[in-house]
Ligand binder design. Sequence first.
Ligand code: ARG
Length: 587
Amino acid sequence: MNNPAEMVVPRVQAAIAQAFGEEFRDTDPVVRPSQFADIQINAAMSLAKKVGVPPRDAAARIVEALKLDGICNSVEISGPGFINLTFDGTWIEELLNSAATKAESTPTGGGPGAQAQRVVVDYSSPNVAKEMHVGHLRTTVVGDSLVRILEALGHTVIRQNHIGDWGTPFGMLIEHWLEVGEDSPDGALLVDDPSAFYQAARAKFDGDADFATRARLRVVSLQSAHEETLAVWRRLVDHSKLYFNAIYSTLGVSLEDDHIAGESSYDPHLAQLCQELEEAGLARVSEGALCTFPAGFKGRDGEPLPLIIRKSDGGYGYATTDLATVRYRVQELHADRILYVVGAPQNVHLRMVMETAREAGWLPDTVEATHVQIGNVLGQDGKILKSRSGTPVKLMALLEEAVDRARAVVDASRPDLSEEERAVTARQVGMGAVKYADLSVGHDTEYVFDFDRMLALTGNTGPYVQYAAARIRSILRKAGVSSPTGAEGEPTAAGAIAVVDPAERALALHLLEYGATLRRVGELLEPHRLCAYLFELAQLFTSFYDQCPVLKAEESVRASRLALCSLVLHRLSDGLDLLGIGTPENM
Ligand code: ARG
């Protein structure tokens, strides 16, 4: 750990213990940013109330006991009892230089150590034979960033892609697929335009009574695990995975086939699961359907809200499967923490599932289950994003448009680059813009999908942060600094960093916040805090570069500033990577 504010905490706590007694040692010092110093300590106010002294006196007693030699060179009491601290420049410099030498190995400050957890993350989870929509795009992008961040913090992450690969629609989908021919152009729609494939099957089902009968029989045959039907179903699902994988590889998402644990994989366990709930007295038949009534959920009429786990026709549904996911993830995957990165509208469903699982003893108190709620992505009209014709937006087309638009920007700004270089940059910038837009607002808030805004080179956007990183790469190239030989990483300018100019100091303090920021993002599951951190880092770098010449500085200063630039680049590209975003070589 090399975060100055965090390092001050135990010293403040020791001072509080000395001033007011050991029983106050665990007091939260309430460290906040300060307008007049580097940080302020706000604990004196609440302590004063507890011990019955005026707040400024409480602050004075803390300050008197405070040992900050070599760490702070100014300690002042202001206002009602704030304690303002200004860090010692030499100390900051030392911390920064030790962070710089460890830059590649442990940017997170050594990981969670003993607190390392097994975290199961359910994300993306699209449906077979259906178009992935922008909502799935966002669960995919946010989930993928969370897994990267949790892994970087040293946790063991188990990815689970809970694809919708089971249920009654598969009767008509299989029949349709067999009829058009698996290798025909109509069959290929499953990969190229899943919505069109689904609609064709649906139209037949609605318009052709014989087909509908065959589809229903097919459902029965599928559910009774008839081998021939299962074989066709398997081929159909595999075919549909080609579509998911095309999207994942375009996005640069870390999901692979091995991470798929779809709805179908839980089917063999559902009958038993319902029986256990019934035997435990947690489920009973209501209006023909088997339901649980988890505590704390009431309908509009004030009556307990049912969670249907077996429909009146004997079929199982989405809730039953999700109960099975909880049990499997706790018992088989040994999760300490389970994240469901799923659309916000499914919150009541998931909370009812989790509560039922708790009551059944499948989700012990030691395991935390969280619904990471994903807000809707809206069109310019403020409604769920649709294409001009009113049909769902095709995700692949949307991603291609992002790259095309980024290409236009790069063509205009960097005509000097080769055709190939521009293509690479356009891809990184286009995908970066889309992903950053998903990640930079709170994951549970809605936002309006707007290409112009997300591709802008100003403001809290992917391209703005990428541009700062590309600019540093270009500075380092001009200075003749190259990547460590044989290593893949960013170019590194070694050497001691002197923190002299106020712009250097501001940058240094922010750089030292990186590890603490990541730990917070991992705890709160809020990637937008990492975006905010990187945006501020890019801004601080820009003002540093405006105020402090680097390449033209005198030799000793130049070496220090190049080393500072290279540390900023490392943090920017590491942070972008944790968001799943590339750092362009040129931009
Ligand atoms: N397939 C679902 C959908 O498209 C999402 C599944 C999310 N995961 C879960 N365990 N329920 O809405």
